[in-house]
Ligand binder design. Structure first.
Ligand code: NDP
Length: 501
């Protein structure tokens, strides 16, 4: 078993659930082996929650919501604790990064950026919540109306394996800031950093029961949380199919919902684009996080007149991508998350071959010395595609990009929008008027002009169409963790007697 170093160099082989401020084993003693996807080795064991554990966690969160002072603290006091969480995360930064790399197979550069953003999320919401509140509204003379923002209640938060701690932070930080209590279910494959976040919250002064972390299977624990009548809101990031299932189940108790789902995001490269930027940015746009990103720009459309040049340079840059030791700062791309994801991505590449596309680069498994047991795939470029091909339509969630052409602006927009998804999109052009026109016509929650970065703390992240709804990472997220209460008062001297009784 690889050593998992935690603070002070203590090795931890077993991670417990975090319920009501305590680390506990699961009620049936069940555990899961946690794998390092870069090597295929077991790095730790984690307790796997049961329905009974989920029940305890929900009731702890409910009790903390009703009876702890968390929701009645002034926002500034919660903000102080959020800032403390961020400070402790910074103190334990190296440990969090290394644990994320070990548990996800991603490169240390990717993990460093993501953990940094997770810290900044807490700092951002510590500030944002102090400006979040109600307003007074214009009502007839002797009346007075104001609104208050109240926390929505107990929130079940279900996160995927591609950005384990960052996705947890995107959800936990605004929920805590708003005064909610949380039951967080990390992905079964990647629960380690989320469990450390629970400890950090406790050390920072978050009262017992306000945050609970429950590794457990989606079908067992996830389902239980989604159906539980004492859960007021579900925030989910993951596949569109699971999102649909959650939406249908959550409707039975009319829970509030935030769904951040799949994508098949386009990059439009116009003939007047600054080519060096367009190529390097688009290489990052697909291969970042080994292509396992909901906002991956996995469909690239290039204007006819620069198509050949673009593809040639894109292939050249792709050849320069380094894969190998995820802990090395030289590594650009880590492994895929597990065997089944590797097989699923390979199956897509095979389907592309059968449907008549050309594999212009890559497409094969990689065997890397010292990492032979890991789940590695070459970065892969597919050309000669048509819009009806499976690899153009489906979210592949791996380092696989399709590149095709367009002849004018109208066609570019039409191709960009030719998908059930609407999460992100990139536009490369030096013509600012065109950039604005195209940005306005794209049906997606995020448009990036001449850059590959979709979000920073403070910018809204979320989708149109089947990419889900609700925005995370921004000030408006606080509204999604709040109810608005309207308070109407009468200050007139005369008794109110509309029935003239
Ligand atoms: P899922 O959407 O199934 O899983 C995401 C999270 O939801 C995990 O915590 C999972 O738990 C949980 N979950 C699964 N089923 C349920 C359920 N019925 N009720 C409540 N929670 C549930 O994604 P997968 O991990 O299975 O990945 C499959 C595909 O989804 C990928 O190949 C990719 O295409 C896409 N995906 C997209 C993501 C995105 O950000 N857009 C993120 C992850 C995946 P558990 O880990 O136990 O399964």
């Amino acid at each position: 078993m690889t050593e998992v170093k935690v603070q002070n160099g203590i090795r931890r082989e077993f991670y417990e659930l975090f319920i009501n401020g305590e680390k506990v084993e699961s009620s049936d003693g069940g555990t899961n082996d946690i794998i390092n996807p870069a090597t295929g080795e077991v790095i730790a064991k984690v307790a796997m929650a049961t329905g009974e554990d989920a029940e305890r966690a929900v009731m702890a969160a409910r009790d903390a919501f009703e009876n702890s002072k968390w929701k009645i603290y002034p926002a500034s006091k919660r903000a102080k604790i959020l800032n403390r969480i961020a400070s402790i995360m910074r103190e334990r930064f190296k440990e969090l990064v290394e644990l994320e790399v070990l548990n996800s197979g991603k490169s240390i550069n990717a993990a460093t950026g993501q953990i940094n953003q997770a810290v900044e999320d807490f700092e951002y919401y510590a500030g944002a919540v102090c400006n979040h509140g109600g307003q007074t509204n214009d009502v007839p003379g002797q009346f007075h109306n104001y609104t208050e923002k109240e926390p929505v209640g107990v929130c079940a938060q279900i996160v995927p394996w591609n950005y384990p701690l960052m996705m947890a932070a995107w959800k936990v930080a605004p929920a805590l800031a708003a005064g909610c209590t949380v039951v967080l279910k990390p992905a079964s494959l990647t629960p380690l950093t989320a469990l450390i976040l629970g400890e950090i919250c406790q050390e920072a002064g978050v009262p017992d029961g306000v945050i609970n972390i429950l590794p457990g299977s989606g079908s067992r624990v996830g389902d239980y949380l989604v159906e539980h009548p004492e859960v007021d809101k579900v925030a989910f990031t993951g596949s569109t199919d699971t999102g649909k299932d959650i939406m249908s189940k959550a409707s039975r108790t009319l829970k509030r919902l935030t769904l951040e789902l799949g994508g098949k995001s386009p990059a439009l490269i116009f003939g007047d684009a600054e080519l060096e930027n367009a190529v390097a940015s688009s290489v990052y746009g697909i291969y970042n996080n080994t292509g396992q990103s909901c906002d991956a720009r996995s469909r690239i459309y290039v204007e006819d007149r620069i198509y050949d040049k673009f593809v040639e340079q894109f292939v050249e840059k792709t050849k320069q991508m380094k894969m190998g030791d995820p802990m090395s700062k030289e590594t650009h791309m880590g492994s895929l998350i597990d065997k089944s994801q590797l097989e699923s991505v390979e199956a897509y590449i095979e389907t592309a071959r059968q449907e008549g596309a050309t594999i212009a680069y890559g497409g094969n498994r990689l065997s890397i010395e010292g990492y032979e047991g890991g789940f590695w795939l070459e970065p892969t470029i597919i050309t000669d595609v048509t819009e009806d091909m499976t690899v153009v339509r489906d979210e592949i969630f791996g380092p696989v990009v399709v590149i095709s052409r367009f002849s004018d602006e109208k066609e570019a927009v039409s191709l960009a929008n030719n998908t059930i998804y609407g999460l992100a999109s990139s536009i490369y052009t030096e013509d600012t008027r065109k950039a604005k026109r195209v940005a306005d016509k794209i049906r997606a929650g995020i448009v990036m002009i001449n850059c590959p970065f979709s979000a920073f703390p403070g910018t809204p992240f979320g989708g149109y169409k089947q990419s889900g709804f609700g925005r995370e990472l921004s000030a408006e997220t606080l509204d999604l963790y709040s109810e608005t209460k309207s308070i109407m008062s009468y200050f007139g001297r005369k008794p109110i007697n509309p029935f003239m009784l």
